[in-house]
Design a protein around this ligand. Structure first.
Ligand SMILES: Nc1ncnc2c1ncn2[C@@H]1O[C@H](COP(=O)(O)OP(=O)(O)O)[C@@H](O)[C@H]1O
Ligand SMILES: [Mg+2]
Length: 211
């Protein structure tokens, strides 16, 4: 592919830093269209292609390496993006044209129970390959415009130290979401507040043991 040789320089064009615990994007090549920022990296769509590049914070080369290895182990499972290339601090993978479940809640896009079952299948298939899925939260699950489910951000799929109960807790939260009285559209402010309370184990019903 003609683009292959360009990936390294596209990744180099991305300047990011961590400020007050959050990633700040400083500059990037105009060919890159920002799609999302997480806690370890920033993701872009490359031009109008079907490719996405995830560029990690400079100090997280090890995480980039680990995530690339895990994508290779997941190769062929349709629920995960295909990994095209990886470098010291970046991954090039399929661009998923869709919305994270977080965006669905913010925009009032209904999440049907069938999507949850699909996520369960995706996790089962990863487990079948000897992995231990973790870090499964609303921003790492995408609903594509074709109506299928994709999981991203698999760097912690090999962490076995602690049991991560996020996905089981989210499924329990879904039983409340399904109730008629529960709002189907939630502002990002409140969603982030709920996530922060959850992380600090301040939501009595959804306590978890991890850090
Ligand atoms: N391949 C992709 N296709 C579409 N969107 C993506 C893709 N990879 C990442 N994103 C978006 O970028 C955000 C950050 O990427 P993510 O891999 O979760 O980074 P982090 O490891 O920092 O959490 C995601 O929440 C999602 O919105
Ligand atoms: Mg993420």
């Amino acid at each position: 592919m003609a683009l292959l040789s360009q990936f390294g320089s596209l990744a180099k064009s991305v300047r990011i830093e961590k400020k007050y615990g959050k990633i700040k994007l400083i500059s990037h090549d105009p060919m890159l269209q920002w799609i999302g920022t997480g806690r370890s990296a920033v993701a872009f769509r490359i031009g109008e292609t079907d490719l996405a590049i995830k560029v990690f914070l400079p100090e997280l080369d090890q995480t980039a390496l680990e995530e690339a290895e895990i994508y290779r182990l997941l190769e062929g499972i349709s629920y995960y993006p295909h990994l095209y290339e990886s470098g010291a601090n970046y991954l090039v993978m399929s661009y998923i044209d869709g919305m994270t479940l977080f965006d669905c809640l913010v925009n009032g896009v209904h999440i049907s129970k069938a999507y949850l079952d699909e996520v369960d299948k995706a996790l089962q298939q990863a487990s079948d390959r000897g992995l231990t899925p973790s870090d499964i939260h609303l921003r790492n699950i995408l609903m594509t415009n074709q109506g299928s489910v994709k999981l991203i951000d698999v760097a912690r799929f090999r962490q076995v130290k602690e049991q991560d109960t996020q996905w089981e807790d989210l499924k329990r939260a879904y039983t409340i979401y399904e109730k008629r009285y529960f709002p189907k559209k939630i502002s990002p402010f409140w969603l982030n507040q709920i996530a922060a309370l959850y992380k600090r184990q301040l939501l009595p019903k959804f306590e978890r043991k991890t850090s």
